[in-house]
Design a protein around this ligand. Structure first.
Ligand code: FAD
Length: 333
């Protein structure tokens, strides 16, 4: 067991990185534990993807992210986050997963990873919401040709690809595949295809425009479906809006219907959760982001503040409060 830490941060996405920097600034002893790589969620975006957000919503320091165009690519953003870690020598252990957390006596927490045990006075969960990709739960979904993440189209040129989903990720994947010569079908619910209201989760217009062009050019087929029946080695069967059973020849399937956070560790500690707009969220104080369990804080994608801007801004606000609470404790001891 190493020296007790003031703050242990779980996850090195934008929220965890912002928290690490703020902890250093506040003079706290801190460590970030990350099961993957620095900014792993961004690393798993499609290769060459352009972000929806502008640099001021993504950068760790004003003016530090300088993309070639108005919005950065995945590669530019990833490089920005990596250099932020290197330039500030942030304390991050990658390839290490937090697998258990318990309360320690007389106070603080004991954190178990797949490599070590740590003690920390405060914990910040910055674990994102990508742990459990949603599934269709249909026969054939575990075939090797079925993916729940889309990273790049180049292996699928002249192949029959089916994408299931109604959001931006599904639409972007369909676009990437269709533009790079896959025979692409997007299976989407009517309400998602007809939704044009950005506030109600409609596709971004800069995705929708090129998607419509691919459809008009006959390179991309859109099927309005009610249900995907099953996936076999060479086909997918689905029921269309018109109740027709359609069997589509198929080499690869991407099921891109969202993902959910893994709240197991939080729940084991007694943190309460409630149903959110899209998924279950922990209960926390909207000012301090402290949960109902004293000393446990949350930030980022699995809270109500889902975008990168909030994932960066919230830790800047709450880490000084955490530092303050620790100073109060040391004064009373
Ligand atoms: C395809 C796609 C495109 C997107 N585009 C945009 C966009 O253009 N603009 C925007 O603002 N947002 C976008 N988002 C959302 C954005 O990625 C999230 O808002 C952002 O990543 C949130 O940062 P975070 O730090 O909260 O979580 P994450 O970036 O998900 O980081 C959480 C980290 O915690 C780690 N972790 C989880 N559990 C453990 C554990 N037990 N032990 C150790 N480590 C753990 C994970 O490996 C991960 O690295 C997009 C999301 C996707 C999927």
């Amino acid at each position: 067991m190493t020296e007790p830490l003031d703050l242990l941060i779980i996850g090195a996405g934008p929220a965890g990185l912002s928290a690490a920097y703020a902890a250093g600034q506040a003079g706290l002893s801190y460590l970030v534990i990350e099961k993957g790589t620095i900014a792993d969620t961004i690393r798993l975006y499609p290769v060459g993807r352009t972000l929806f957000s502008t640099p001021n919503e993504l950068e760790m320091q004003v003016g530090a992210l300088k993309p070639c165009r108005e919005k950065p690519t995945r590669e530019e953003l990833l490089s920005h986050y990596i250099h932020f870690v290197l330039d500030h020598d942030l304390n991050i252990n990658t390839d290490e997963e937090v697998i258990g957390v318990e309360r320690a006596a007389p106070e603080g927490f004991l954190v178990h990873t797949n490599k070590h045990d740590y003690r920390a006075a405060r914990l910040l969960f910055a674990i994102g919401a990508m742990a459990h990709p949603r599934r269709l739960n249909i026969p054939g979904e575990d075939l090797p040709k079925v993916h729940h993440l889309f990273v790049e189209p180049y292996a699928f040129v002249r192949k029959d690809a089916l994408i299931v989903g109604g959001g931006n990720s599904a639409a972007e994947a369909a676009l990437f595949l269709s533009e790079e010569g896959a025979r692409t079908t997007l299976a989407i619910w009517r309400e998602d295809w007809e939704n044009r209201d950005p506030k109600a989760g409609a596709m971004k217009h800069w995705v929708r425009g090129p998607l419509d062009q691919e459809v008009a050019a006959g390179r991309l087929r859109v099927v309005l479906y009610k249900e995907i029946v099953d996936i076999t080695e060479h086909a997918v069967s689905l029921i269309t809006e018109d109740r027709e059973v359609l069997t589509i020849p198929n080499d690869v399937v991407f099921v891109l219907i969202g993902s959910d956070a893994d709240l197991t560790l939080l729940k084991q500690l007694g943190v309460e959760t409630v149903p959110g707009k899209l998924t279950e969220v922990p209960v926390y104080d909207p000012e301090t982001f402290e949960t109902n369990v004293r000393g446990i804080y949350v930030a980022g994608h699995f809270t109500h503040a889902r975008h990168i801007k909030a994932a960066i801004d919230i830790p800047r606000k709450i880490v000084p409060l955490i530092a303050h609470s620790l100073r109060d404790v040391s004064k009373t001891n």
